[in-house]
Design a protein around this ligand. Structure first.
Ligand code: G4P
Length: 543
């Protein structure tokens, strides 16, 4: 039982995600952060995933072993008086929608750059998502043990391409075979780097930090003087770290290291603990569930993390470990309150109530029953399809968080089951996967086909695989006549008029919201001009 007050518990949470272009070292860094945080004892546990994930077929196999991906969605550990929740973001770009949703649950992001490559395409995309959601970013420049780009070039790239002020906290002394260590700006401290000796399997511990002026033994030739000179330039040339500017998204502190050689990791963890924000006050609406009698008028409210009522939202739903059971685990990010196991929570958007008797906390390699949890924490709530991505849960059932988007899919296909007798099963299975957010499902108003939408091709493969494995259904995806899907909104009479003219292209999504299926982007533009009173939307915010 905690002796801290509720606001103190909330204030010591750090919920963050790592964003990186594939191969920059996200998996390796995750593992070494867990090592530094004392959550795992040896390297290797997380690494296996990274390796498997690289090959698509292996990755599918790993996905099938649901337990691993569920466990890895979030990893919680306590270190130095703080509780860290590390959220896993899928690496493959076909899953950008999933990544986007996961980032809605993070308060801070670690942007990993490969020191030889700098900013890469996927780094940019993920960065944009963070910017959109006002998520502050700590930069970690990885792979210093390999030949790196000039450090100033790397920082200038951050400044010009991301419009973000880089504030170096440390400065590397060389890289690759000549990597000597790194110096902390403004303190005169030097952290030496210890190289693995030839023939040894183990990485040596890096020596303790010492004043740069006493560190001659770690340098060769003029290197020590060169570093001192570089530091002077750097200290004059870049803005000193300003936490407020960082929290507001104008500045990123820059740290350096080698995830693989466990260099710079303690410093990174300390930066997260010291600087990453505690859970923020969130905007919400206080609104009775639909169909409540005599419901009070909805009002805008702010949810303080240290307030008593448990509130939060579901940002991800995953199938359970055992594919024979249909139950799912909803990943619930708490926004406020003190959660106790056995508590009853209500879903705002449906009015349904559930007793949370077996909530799961994810501690690195183990899953444990969560006895209590606070703002910033993520708990897994097993359920039978009651909880969906975007659902808001609270004790009163009156708090609603908005802002979890569905994106208009970029590929639309028709799906058929090979055995026509199983058509009914297919409907249930497709709905199940759509509820999890694996793919989107559209049911045209006319006919009995289903149209499945995805952001990337890989989603269809995962879907086909899971339909076979979990539901015993062999399916065929076929070309559909549609190129785009748009959610439509407007006055009832206008919508009815539009729908009557375009009946064959009207459909509903899983929440029964009307959707227009366009045959081309030209057609989307055309109907947009012809029906100016109707909004054709590319995203739909759930919740
Ligand atoms: P990702 O999750 O971002 O895709 O990257 P991951 O951690 O899987 O790392 C990608 C590759 O980069 C791996 O090498 C990994 O060992 C290597 N790597 C990560 N951090 C560092 C580092 O600090 N220094 C060096 N030198 N390499 C690093 P690989 O050859 O693809 O795999 P493996 O055979 O080494 O396992």
């Amino acid at each position: 039982m905690s002796t801290l007050t509720l606001p103190e518990e909330a204030a010591r949470r750090r919920t963050f995600a790592i964003i990186a272009h594939p191969d920059a070292g996200k998996t390796t860094l995750t593992e070494h952060i867990l090592l530094a945080g004392g959550a795992i004892r040896a390297a290797g546990a997380v690494r296996a995933r990274g390796e498997n994930r690289r090959a698509r077929s292996d990755w599918m196999k790993i996905e099938k072993e649901r337990g691993i991906s569920v466990t890895a969605s979030v990893m919680t550990f306590e270190h130095d008086g703080k509780m860290f929740n590390l959220l896993d973001t899928p690496g493959h770009e076909d899953f950008s929608e999933d990544t986007y949703r996961t980032l809605t649950a993070a308060d801070c992001a670690i942007m990993v750059l490969d020191a030889a490559k700098g900013i890469e395409p996927q780094t940019l995309k993920l960065f944009e998502v963070c910017r959109l959601r006002d998520i502050p970013i700590i930069t970690f420049i990885n792979k210093l043990d390999r030949e790196a780009q000039d450090p100033m070039t790397l920082l200038d790239d951050i400044a010009s391409r991301l419009q973000l002020d880089p504030s170096p906290i440390w400065w590397p002394a060389e890289s690759g075979n000549r990597l000597r260590g790194m110096a902390q700006l403004g303190t005169g401290t030097f952290q030496p780097y210890a190289r693995k000796t030839a023939g040894s399997d183990e990485d040596p511990d890096h020596p303790a930090a010492l004043p740069l002026s006493d560190a001659a033994a770690h340098f060769e030739g003029s290197e020590q003087a060169d570093l001192a000179e570089a530091l002077e330039l750097v200290e004059a040339g870049y803005k000193p770290f300003d936490r407020q500017a960082f929290l507001e998204g104008h500045m990123t502190p820059v740290l350096w290291g080698s995830a693989l050689r466990h260099f710079g990791i303690d410093e990174l963890l300390k930066a997260i603990g010291d600087w990453a924000p505690a859970p923020k006050t969130m905007k919400a609406r206080k609104e009775a569930p639909p169909e409540t009698r005599n419901a009070p008028a909805p009002e805008d409210v702010v949810v303080e993390p240290g307030k008593d009522e448990v509130t939060g939202f579901v940002f991800k739903v995953q199938a359970n470990m055992d594919p024979n059971h249909r139950d799912r685990i909803a990943m619930f990010r708490m926004a406020s309150g003190s959660f106790k196991r056995g508590m009853k929570l209500k879903v705002q958007n449906t009015g349904k109530q559930l007793s949370v008797n077996a909530p799961i906390m994810f501690f690195a390699s183990d899953r444990e029953l969560a006895e209590d949890a606070y703002a910033g924490d993520v708990i897994g709530i097993p359920n039978h399809g009651v909880l969906r991505v975007g659902d808001s849960l609270s004790e009163s059932g009156m708090i609603r968080f908005a802002g979890l988007p569905n994106f208009a899919p970029e590929i639309l296909q028709r799906v058929r089951v090979k055995d026509p007798l199983k058509a009914k099963h297919l409907k249930k299975a497709l709905e199940g996967l759509a509820e999890e957010g694996v793919t989107q499902l559209f049911r045209p108003e006319l006919g009995s086909d289903f149209i499945v939408g995805a952001v990337g091709q890989l989603q269809f493969e995962v879907m086909a695989d899971r339909l076979g494995e979990e539901y015993g259904l062999e399916v065929i995806f076929e070309h559909s006549p549609y190129a785009e899907a748009r959610w439509i909104s407007g006055e009832k009479a206008d919508l009815e008029d539009f729908a009557s003219k375009y009946r064959p292209q009207m459909a509903v999504d899983i929440d029964q919201n009307p959707v227009f299926l366009a045959k081309s982007s030209w057609e989307t533009g055309y109907v947009g001009e012809r029906f100016p009173k109707i909004a054709f939307l590319k995203t739909k915010e759930r919740g």
